[in-house]
Write a protein that binds this ligand. Structure first.
Ligand code: SF4
Length: 213
């Protein structure tokens, strides 16, 4: 497991390489961010962005989404996996936001997680990006990077999340999950990590690092 000074150095380097990391999902406000994250479960950000570009032009608030209705929403998102269930969830969560939350996305984990289609990871993404809370939204990339490197080993996403909360130094907390997602997506890839070009290769504890061929 990495030690504190190593973790400091790990994030200092990711920060230097990418000072202002951003997620890759497109959104216009906290509501469209929430919808985009719900749609992104088991789908690529690129496929979600393609579908939401025209969708958010006509439905960027809960009221407008409810007005659009489930059948027409399906027409916009039918290229995304699990679109039937996702359409149902988006309409239902929009109705709840209108009826119970003054049409606003609540900055509250419990309330967010009580909405249809919203799990812990989705709530963490929304709390982080829309409300600036230093949450760790552990997806498949962060889970892998946390375990491989020795940064935050854990048997499941929740264990990795709690470990990151405990171990990531304060100045890096807000952006930590973005750096780790991007690092996992583009460098520390699932099948074959790009260790020879990795900025933290001398810190990382992965035993099966790849080498230049
Ligand atoms: S050295 Fe390799 S395994 Fe370690 S973080 Fe970098 S890409 Fe991943």
């Amino acid at each position: 497991m990495l030690k504190k000074p190593q973790i400091e150095e790990f994030f200092a380097r990711l920060q230097k390489a990418n000072p202002n990391p951003r997620g890759e999902l497109e959104y216009r406000n906290p509501y469209t961010l929430l919808v985009a994250v719900v749609l992104s479960a088991q789908a690529t950000d690129a496929s979600v962005n393609k579908a939401t570009e025209p969708l958010f032009k006509i439905a960027d608030t809960p009221e407008k989404m409810v007005q659009l209705g489930e059948a027409r929403l399906k027409g916009f998102i039918k290229t995304i996996g699990l679109f039937n269930t996702k359409a149902k969830n988006v309409i239902r969560l929009s109705e709840i936001l209108v009826q119970e939350h003054d049409s606003k996305v609540p900055a509250d984990r419990e309330v967010l997680q009580s909405l249809p289609g919203v799990g812990r990871k989705t709530a963490n993404v929304v709390l982080n990006i829309a409300f600036g809370q230093p949450t760790m939204a552990v997806d498949t990339h962060i889970f892998r990077v946390g375990n491989r490197t020795g940064l935050a080993p854990g048997k499941d996403p929740l264990a990795v999340e709690l470990m990151l909360e405990k171990r990531v130094p304060e100045p890096y907390r807000l952006h930590a999950h973005h750096w780790l997602i991007l690092h996992g997506r583009y460098v520390c890839k699932a099948r074959k990590p790009d260790c020879p070009v990795c900025v933290v290769r001398d810190i990382c504890q992965y035993k099966a690092k790849t080498v230049l061929e």
